[in-house]
Design a protein around this ligand. Structure first.
Ligand code: FES
Ligand SMILES: [Fe+2]
Length: 425
């Protein structure tokens, strides 16, 4: 059983918390590069791990991510003027560069050197895979650049979106490594969503699913088997890379999908959605489907990352569709089904009340692994999942003889192989 203390330990990621310290050791997806597309474009507010930040791109194209509030009297720099290599607070004109250094205090004589003494907290950034990542950890601990396959394929092979989810990051992550819910929650979409329809999707509708979880250098490989044809088993194999990356097993000839469940604060997370094909550009039809809320993506309220379907409209639940076996939950769209279900547990699920079963093995092991890694920071042990080699893995969906050891038989399919497509039925 998870105690309240353990629950808080896992869920809370604010500054100074053990889990917050752990997550801060990784590169964290902070915003889409397109949110600050051009030099001197408007600044953007970003909230991560309970910290309110401002992101901007200066006149030279350099990206800065720093404390949102002006060091003078605390005005939000979201109102700032992004001009001539710096962001200027519109209240009294103090100006900051991308490192957070104050470079101008117009009301003070330059000779006083006052502005040199003022610096906002700022984080190192890196741009990869159409995403701006930041490092919020201790100086000297910055890991090598992230190298997930979706982030390293040509831009034409990739589609990235994000949506705000109104619950703690951990319950969203737990949905990502709980492959069994697909047979229930997404049951009907497996036959209707164009990016899922496949023979594998038909096998996935089988509810007799057994779990096998293998710990890896970067996280876990989660194998779930269901009956296929004859004496064969259909294996859906998910990857979890610490702390919050998942790779969803593919369906037929469709592209690969993955998520990052990034804490915004303890009661909200940003669900990043990555779709990529290792071998080819995504087609116009695929892109169109995703932009319209198909696959693992959702339609957003204009000017925000909040889904159109959300808790304020009861997720537009369709009870008729639910009754007539068109939608298992009555919520439309795979991603919003996950969001609705996970948000329904409350902002932070009380895990002391749950009753776990064998198909929750991956969830149990991930919690233990995260807790262990957070505690090990006290002994100066670097966490797993920092090494880019642990990112170069793939999910897979394959059919194997019933006596095969899935981890050995699928080994070839679970790593990135340049020029070779993913394994998928
Ligand atoms: S509050 Fe920003 S310059 Fe005064
Ligand atoms: Fe799901």
């Amino acid at each position: 059983m998870t105690t309240r203390e353990q629950n808080d330990f896992l869920a809370q990621t604010g500054p100074g918390t053990p889990m917050g310290n752990l997550v801060r050791r990784y590169w964290v997806p902070a915003l889409l590069a397109s949110e600050i597309a051009e030099p001197d474009c408007p600044p953007v507010r970003v909230k991560l791990l309970g910290e309110r930040l401002i992101a901007f791109r200066d006149s030279q194209g350099r990206v800065g991510v720093m404390d949102e509030f002006c060091a003078h009297r605390g005005v939000s720099l979201w109102f700032g003027r992004n001009e001539d290599d710096g962001l200027r607070c519109p209240y009294h004109g103090w100006k900051y560069d991308v490192t957070g250094q104050c470079i101008e205090v117009p009301s003070e004589p330059i000779e006083s050197g006052f502005c040199k003494k003022i610096k906002l907290a700022a984080y190192d950034c890196i741009e990869r895979g159409d995403v701006i990542w930041i490092y919020m950890g201790p100086p000297g601990g910055k890991p090598p650049a992230p190298s997930f396959e979706w982030a390293t394929v040509p831009a034409t092979h990739r589609f990235v979106s994000k949506r705000m989810q109104e619950c703690n990051w951990l319950q969203a992550l737990e949905g990502g490594i709980d492959s069994v819910h697909v047979s229930f929650l997404h049951r009907h979409d497996l036959r209707s969503d164009p990016l899922h329809i496949s023979q594998g999707a038909e096998f996935t509708r089988e509810t007799d699913a057994r779990f096998e979880v293998i710990e890896t250098d970067g996280g876990m490989v989660i194998g779930v088997r269901r009956p296929a044809t004859g004496r064969q088993l259909y294996w859906r194999i998910t990857q979890w890379v610490m702390p919050f990356h998942t790779m969803i097993p593919p369906y037929g000839g469709n592209a690969l999908n993955g998520h990052a469940f990034v804490p915004i604060d303890d009661e909200h997370c940003m669900v990043w959605c990555f779709t990529h094909h290792p071998m080819r550009p995504l087609s116009a039809a695929e892109l169109d489907t995703m932009r319209n809320g198909g696959g693992i993506h959702v339609k957003l309220l204009p000017g925000s990352f909040r889904p159109v379907v959300n808790k304020d409209n009861d997720y537009m639940i369709d009870r008729v569709a639910q009754k007539h076996h068109k939608s298992y939950s009555g919520v439309k769209g795979i991603a919003m089904q996950d969001a609705a279900i996970q948000e329904s547990c409350g902002p932070i699920q009380d895990r002391s009340k749950e009753n776990l079963v064998s198909t929750d093995n991956a969830v149990i092991m991930a919690r233990a692994r995260l807790r262990k890694a957070a505690l090990a920071l006290n002994q100066d042990r670097a966490p797993d999942g920092l090494d880019p080699a642990t990112h170069a893995v793939r999910s897979a969906a394959i059919v194997l003889p019933e006596d095969a050891n899935f981890y050995e038989a699928a080994a070839y399919a679970l790593v990135v192989r340049e020029g070779v497509a993913h394994a998928s039925v």
